[in-house]
Design a protein around this ligand. Structure first.
Ligand SMILES: [Zn+2]
Length: 453
């Protein structure tokens, strides 16, 4: 008997922008039959009135540390509850200390979601001894970085991630030399760009230059946090211009008007509040001894000088600019999730339901099928995931069953990991992982090796 049958499923067809009703038969982790399924299965779910979507693919995620014993897979479990079945992790220049350890840990133990991994440029810099954020690497350090990246290829990462804003000393040339290790084939380079706001245009020019020089697919990270401070229209038109010239550049975005990062990072260097036209009180401290307090000038300087890089949420972006980003066919949904000891930004538990509830149902910014495209087939194609992102026979059985009338996010800045409403089931590799908000199986995810096509 086959493992799972879903009947009366309403499925998005991205090729022709339509919906079809079908049964789905699942066995051994794969979708084995569509259409009318008469044979019985060990488990049958009636999805009448619900949408059955391919599992959401989060093209911009940060992985949990496998060494965190107190909160193992906290971030990934929150992701799973909001319908994410695959994460592209290791973003913004920061990735697992040891990709081999991470890969082997997941191969041995499983994980809540599937992972494809970026290798972070800044992580390589630190391991090579380039510890000054404001300085370019020495040639010998860059050689060490290239060697370490070559060693990572054994574990088939999807590409390189960069966090220029965090390490202003990184040059485009360093990045181009490092990217040579991938040999210019179908890998991806994911970049958290150099300067927010008024620096948007030059920052995008730099990404286009790197794309042309490396041949890698350029994924601009979280365009909302970079440009939704009065510069979105300009940023989008620069991107459109480059795309028309044949530059392979796309972007991702999370649906919140605030970003979250460490207070000691270069993001909060002198001039940041002037650049955003905001003040100290627009920061919310999310961990450490001032957790859930608004910042003040005094606290800001105390925390900047402190030993611990306390995470803060910065309310500096505009909702209408984020909506404009999602209207663009080249902007996908990416959460930028990543909790530290259970604290952080609600995007890690709310991004995908928030787009479907707030932006699709309530504000009608984009259609349901366009939103799902940005969460499934588009990131699957971008990341080279041939067996994910669509419901077809032979594809991996990663599925989300949700009610389009009720799906919504509940996590907020004071309760950032609260699960969403309206998701009935999440299936990962053919196994029911979430039922209601209950986690049933948090170890059916796999490590996905990037395929060189
Ligand atoms: Zn980032």
């Amino acid at each position: 008997m086959k493992a799972l049958k879903i009947v009366n499923a309403q499925i998005p067809c991205f090729e022709d922008n339509t919906w079809k009703v079908s049964d789905i038969l699942v066995d051994e982790g794969k979708i084995v039959k569509l259409g009318t399924v008469t044979e019985s299965a060990q488990v049958t779910i009636d999805a009448e009135g619900k949408i059955v979507s391919p599992g959401f693919i989060d093209i911009h995620a940060h992985e949990d540390s496998i060494n965190n014993k107190e909160f193992p897979f906290f971030t990934a479990e929150c992701a799973l509850r909001m319908g994410v079945t695959t994460q592209a992790a290791g973003n913004c220049g920061e990735s697992a200390d040891d990709l081999g350890d991470f890969c082997q840990y997941i191969q041995r133990n499983g994980s809540p979601v599937n992972y494809v991994m970026f290798v972070g440029q800044n992580s390589l810099r630190h391991k090579a001894g380039a510890l000054d954020w404001y300085k370019a690497t020495e040639p010998a350090q860059l050689d060490r970085m290239k060697k370490m990246l070559e060693e990572c290829l054994e574990f088939a990462p999807v590409g390189l991630s960069c966090g220029f804003e965090y390490e202003p000393g990184v040059t485009a040339e360093e990045t181009i030399r490092l990217a040579e290790v991938f040999g210019g084939d179908n890998h991806v380079i994911s970049v958290h760009f150099r300067r927010d706001g008024e620096g948007s245009k030059e920052s995008i020019d730099e990404l286009a230059y790197i794309q042309r020089e490396t041949g890698l697919a350029m994924q601009m990270s979280h365009i909302g946090s970079c440009s939704a401070t009065g510069y979105m229209n300009e940023a989008l038109s620069v991107l459109r211009g480059y795309r028309e010239e044949g530059v392979d550049i796309m972007a991702d975005c999370y649906p919140y008007n605030a970003f979250c990062t460490g207070i000691k990072t270069a993001v909060f260097d002198d001039g940041c509040f002037e650049k955003w036209n905001k003040s100290y009180e627009d920061l919310l401290i999310t961990d450490g001894k001032y957790k859930n307090q608004r910042c003040t000038e005094e606290l800001f300087h105390e925390l900047r000088k402190g030993d611990e890089d306390v995470r803060v949420v910065a309310f500096v972006m505009n909702d209408d600019e984020i909506e404009e980003a999602y209207r663009q066919p080249f902007v996908m949904v990416g959460s930028d999730c990543g909790y530290t000891n259970g604290g952080g930004h609600p995007r890690g538990a709310g991004t995908f339901p928030r787009v479907l509830g707030k932006l699709v149902r309530e504000k009608k910014v984009i259609s349901l099928i366009d939103a799902l495209r940005k969460m499934t087939i588009q990131p699957a194609e971008r990341l080279g995931l041939q067996y994910k992102g669509a419901i077809r026979e032979g594809m991996d059985a990663d599925l989300v069953i949700f009610d389009p009338e009720t799906i919504s996010d509940r996590a907020d800045f004071l309760t950032p990991s609260l699960p969403p409403e309206g998701i009935d089931y999440v299936v990962v590799n053919g196994r029911i992982a979430v039922k209601g908000n209950e986690l049933i199986d948090g170890r059916s995810g796999r490590y996905i090796r990037h395929q060189r096509i």
